[in-house]
Design a protein around this ligand. Structure first.
Ligand code: C6P
Length: 402
C-alpha cells in the first residue's frame, strides 16, 4: 500500500491551515472522500439524475439499477443474507431511531432494555424518546478503568423483563472494540434481540452480520469515505417484516385508499419518499474504494499509527489517555494536566492539526470518566507516521505553553 499515492486521491489532504500542512485526525467524526466517490456524484448529476423506482424511462431505470446495485454491494460488505435486509437511511442516527420507533412499538410499559455507559447520544436519546410513551426501564452496563465493558454486570442484568439490547461495536471516545459476538450470544440465550451501533466499526473492520448473529446493525457512509446523509440499517428479515413502518409516504406502500393502506415489501416498507439516490450511488463507490484498499490493510495501517501515537503521547508530562483496552482501534482520547480540551484543540488547529474536542456526543461517558471533555485524535489509513510525529510534537509544544 503506497500511502503517498493514496493521499493523492484526497485533494483536501494537501490543504494548508495557517500556512501549515493540514494533519487531519478527526476521522471518527467524518473521514475524507476520494476523487472516485466525488466523480460518482458528478456522474449521477450529469448523466443519471432521475427519480428511482418510479419511471419507465431509461434514466430512471439507470438510476434505479445503480441504487439497487449499491444495496447489493452493502449486502456483500456486511454479508447479509438478502438485500431485503438492507435499508438506506440518513445515517446511523436515523437507523437507530427507526428501530427505537418501529421495533419499540412492540414494547410495553414495564419492559426493560440494556444500553452501555459508552453509548453515543444516538444510541441513548432515541430510547429515551420511546420512554415517553412506554415508560421503559433503561439499564446501563458499566466499564472498568481501561474502558472495557463489565461483561459480568451485563449478564447479571438479564431477567424476564429485558426485551432489547443496544450496544456500540466500537466506542467513539475510548476506541474500545466491544465483544459484540459474545454480547449477542448472551442476549440470545435469553431470547432478547440486539442492535449494534457500528458507526465506528464499519470503516475499520470486516463486519459479518450473520457470523455476529446481529438482529440490527447500523452505520454511516460519511465515516467510510462516502458522502454525508446516507446510512444503513441492516435488520434480520424476520424482525423487519414484523415491524411497523417508520415513516409514511411514496414508495413504501402496496395500495393506498382512505379505507385501508397496505405496505410495500422489504426493504421499501422502510424507505418512504425519494431517497438520496445520488448519495447512495456515491456510497457504492466508497465501498468499492474500501474493497480496493482492503479492510485488513486499513486496519494494519491504523493500528501502526495508534501504537506510534500512544507511545509518543505517553512521554508528555501530565498525559492522561482515556481508553486503554487491549482491544481498541485508532482513536486516542486524552487530556494533558489541567489544560482544557477546547484550548488544546484551538492551539493544535493553529499548528495545522485537526482533532475533535469536548464531550464527543457521549456525556454519560464523560461523567463516568470524571471529565467534561477530552481531546480526541482519530486515524484513517491515509494518515502517515510523519503526521503522527507532527501531532505529538504539537501536543508537547502546546503542553509546554501552559
Ligand atoms: N460520531 C464523532 O465525532 P451519524 O451522525 O448518524 O452519522 O452517527 C452517529 C454516531 C453513532 N454512533 C457512534 C458510535 C458515533 O460515533 C456516531 C457519530 C461522530 O464521534 C460525530 S458525533
Amino acid at each position: 500500500m503506497n500511502i503517498y499515492e493514496i493521499r493523492g486521491q484526497f485533494p483536501i489532504l494537501s490543504r494548508k491551515i495557517d500556512g501549515k500542512p493540514l494533519v487531519y485526525l478527526d476521522n471518527a467524526a467524518t473521514s475524507q472522500t476520494p476523487r472516485c466517490v466525488v466523480e460518482t456524484i458528478n456522474d449521477m448529476y450529469f448523466n443519471h439524475k432521475s427519480n428511482v423506482h418510479r419511471g419507465v424511462h431509461t434514466i430512471s431505470q439507470e438510476a434505479t439499477d445503480i441504487m439497487e446495485a449499491t444495496r447489493e454491494k452493502v449486502r456483500q460488505f456486511i454479508n447479509a443474507q438478502s438485500t431485503s435486509e438492507i435499508i438506506f437511511t440518513r445515517g446511523t442516527t436515523e437507523a437507530i431511531n427507526l428501530v427505537a420507533s418501529s421495533y419499540g412499538d412492540s414494547l410495553y410499559t414495564g419492559d426493560e432494555i440494556i444500553l452501555t455507559v459508552m453509548e453515543h447520544h444516538s444510541n441513548i436519546v432515541p430510547w429515551q424518546l420511546l420512554q415517553r410513551n412506554k415508560r421503559l426501564k433503561i439499564h446501563v452496563v458499566p466499564i472498568d478503568n481501561d474502558g472495557n465493558l463489565d461483561m459480568n454486570a451485563y449478564e447479571d442484568l438479564f431477567t424476564e423483563n429485558i426485551r432489547f439490547v443496544a450496544v456500540t461495536h466500537v466506542s467513539n471516545v475510548l476506541g474500545t472494540i466491544n465483544p459484540v459476538k459474545e454480547i449477542i450470544q448472551i442476549a440470545h440465550r435469553y431470547g432478547v434481540p440486539v442492535l449494534i451501533d457500528g458507526a465506528q466499526a464499519a470503516p475499520h473492520t470486516k463486519i459479518d452480520v450473520q457470523d455476529l448473529d446481529a438482529d440490527f446493525y447500523c452505520f454511516s457512509s460519511h465515516k467510510m469515505y462516502g458522502p454525508a446523509g446516507i446510512g444503513v440499517l441492516y435488520g434480520k428479515e424476520k424482525r423487519l417484516s414484523r415491524m411497523v413502518p417508520y415513516q409514511g409516504g411514496g414508495e413504501m406502500i402496496g395500495n393506498v385508499s382512505f379505507e385501508k393502506t397496505t405496505f410495500a415489501e422489504l426493504p421499501f416498507k422502510f424507505e418512504a419518499g425519494t431517497p438520496d439516490f445520488v448519495g447512495i450511488a456515491a456510497f457504492g463507490a466508497a465501498i468499492d474504494y474500501i474493497n480496493s484498499i482492503g479492510l485488513d490493510n486499513i486496519a494494519d495501517q491504523e493500528l501502526l499509527l495508534l501504537d506510534a501515537a500512544t507511545s509518543q503521547l505517553m512521554e508528555i508530562e501530565g498525559m492522561r489517555i482515556f481508553g486503554t483496552s487491549d482491544n481498541k482501534n485508532g482513536v486516542i482520547s486524552f487530556l494533558v494536566g489541567d489544560i482544557n480540551s477546547y484550548d488544546m484543540g484551538v492551539l493544535l488547529d493553529k499548528l495545522g492539526i485537526a482533532v475533535r474536542t469536548g464531550h464527543h456526543c457521549a456525556q454519560p461517558l464523560m461523567k463516568r470518566l470524571g471529565v467534561t471533555g477530552t481531546v480526541r485524535a482519530s486515524f484513517a489509513f491515509y494518515n502517515t507516521l510523519e503526521e503522527v510525529n507532527a501531532f505529538t510534537q504539537a501536543v508537547a509544544r502546546v503542553a509546554k505553553m501552559f
